[in-house]
Design a protein. Structure first.
Ligand code: HEM
Length: 436
């Protein structure tokens, strides 16, 4: 049988749909997914896309035939011009070399050393956590940022420098999203000086990190933090460390990949627990009086976070580009096609999940857990699986345990709106917070 590209939209309908999608990305994709049974094509003239929430195709692209699929220019070029060439923004041989170098630093036994720093940061944060009607999102955003900074640098990073890094990370994401959504305005961003302004902020952020690295090199002590790990890593073939600029690239990547994702997951977790008092009570009871290592392994807490990330995956979408002509099931995938992976859709697909839209952490418990590997991708999959996944889970359960032992949450007066940008952000998460 001759294979053809998946059904979908020809050129003019694609243009109309793209406009609709900028206004309502998730709704527009859900509508097309149900119309075309989970996989559809979009023809934008110069670019052809295949969007999918099909478990089989996603598995094929990320795992079984990953060699034929690279990250698209959105991550490598658009983000790369501000962050440099690091794990998230590189492809091919350079990416593999960096992954092999850095991966061991994120193994579970290595990140054990960071739990105490995470716990100390959480405890300090909770000391001043407000009660009453609270928008928890900006607070959790700041906490997640402080955790990444503290586990990277251990030493106290001055407030002004922290702020400079935080502003850069937030501004650059916002700018990149505008470039991606308005490709026709890229000339204007250049002409108006906006591009230059953001490149200057990137240079400023690099200067801050460079000075922290130089301070560390003069200081002879060991800190057992992520910076020590990056400075001590050696390439297998040459026995050489990374250059200073390479270390800066990787630090910027860890900063951007490792804080908003976590802040989103935690905010959605508290939102869901506020709406499900029985689940909140059970998680609180199951996680009383635990040692730190028991907290990290606690099943009830982990399941709350897993289920929250099923319903609200912080990385709600990703993409890859086909390097050569390919085919999957009945479909052909021509070289150059951008595959848009709609994790949000797969995680809520009623064909794959029973009672798909309900919040049920116990679906992840050992007794109920069916083989979810092929339908659950909060951290991606295959060789480009999130390198910080164990770190992120540990950090999130450490926070959740401390928080629910100290505070009770109920729904606030306003429901959050989803802002699907680079990550799946809530605009605000208003909750009623009381001490327990
Ligand atoms: C809830 C928290 C997090 C979520 C949901 C998340 C999700 C993801 C996903 C889905 C990817 C793969 C993207 C793709 O395939 O296109 C990824 C990659 C990555 N993540 Fe995370 N992440 C989280 C936290 C972290 C943390 C805490 C760090 C670092 C400390 C981190 C560092 C990275 C890096 C460096 C990559 C690129 C890996 C590579 O391509 O080799 N992430 N993350």
């Amino acid at each position: 049988m001759n294979k053809s590209i998946p059904p979908g939209y020809s050129f003019f309908p694609s243009m109309v749909r793209t406009y609709k999608q900028t206004k309502n990305p998730i709704g527009t994709m859900q509508e097309s997914m149900s119309r075309f049974n989970g996989t559809y094509s979009v023809n934008l003239g110069m670019m052809r896309m295949i969007a999918t929430q099909d478990a089989g195709l996603i598995e094929y692209v990320l795992k079984s035939n990953h060699r034929n699929y690279h990250k698209s220019p959105i991550q490598t070029e658009y983000l790369g011009k501000f962050l440099g060439k690091g794990l998230l923004t590189a492809n091919g041989d350079y990416w593999l070399k960096q992954r092999r170098l850095i991966q061991p630093g994120f193994h579970t036994e290595k990140i054990h050393a960071l739990y105490a720093t995470i716990k100390r940061t959480v405890d300090e944060f909770l000391l001043t956590f407000p009660t009453g009607d609270v928008d928890v999102y900006p607070l959790l955003h700041k906490l997640a940022f402080d955790i990444v900074i503290n586990t990277l640098f251990t030493v106290n990073v001055p407030a002004a420098q922290r702020q400079q890094l935080a502003t850069f990370i937030s501004d650059v994401q916002e700018y990149v999203m505008r470039e991606v959504r308005n490709p026709h305005k890229r000339w204007w961003f250049r002409l108006s000086g906006e591009l230059r302004e953001n490149l200057d902020k990137a240079a400023g952020a690099r200067d801050v990190i460079r000075s922290l690295i130089r301070q560390r090199k003069q200081d002879q002590g060991r800190h057992n933090d992520l910076l020590d790990m990056l400075l001590e890593a050696r390439y297998e073939e040459s026995g050489q460390p990374m250059t200073e600029e390479q270390v800066i690239d990787e630090i910027l990547i860890i900063l951007i990949a490792g804080h908003e994702t976590t802040a989103n997951a935690l905010s959605w977790s508290l939102y869901l627990l506020a709406h499900h008092p029985d689940e909140l009570r059970m998680a609180r009871e199951a996680s009383r009086s635990l040692e730190l290592h028991q907290v990290v392994g606690n099943e009830a807490l982990n399941n709350v976070i897993r289920e929250s990330m099923r319903l609200y995956p912080p990385a709600w979408i990703s993409d890859r580009v086909a390097l050569e002509n390919d085919a999957y099931a009945d479909f052909s995938i021509p070289k150059g096609t951008v595959i848009v992976i709609f994790y949000y859709g797969l995680h809520r697909d009623a064909h794959e999940w029973s009672d798909a839209l309900s919040f049920k952490p116990s679906r992840f418990s050992k007794e109920h857990n069916k083989d979810i590997k092929k339908i659950y991708y909060p951290f991606g999959a295959g060789p480009r699986l999130c390198i910080g996944n164990n770190f992120a889970m540990a950090e999130m359960v450490i926070f959740l345990q401390s928080f629910i032992q100290m505070f009770h949450v109920e729904p606030g007066n306003i429901e959050p709106n989803i802002k699907p940008l680079v990550t799946l952000r809530p605009d605000k998460v208003m909750l009623k917070v009381k001490t327990v």
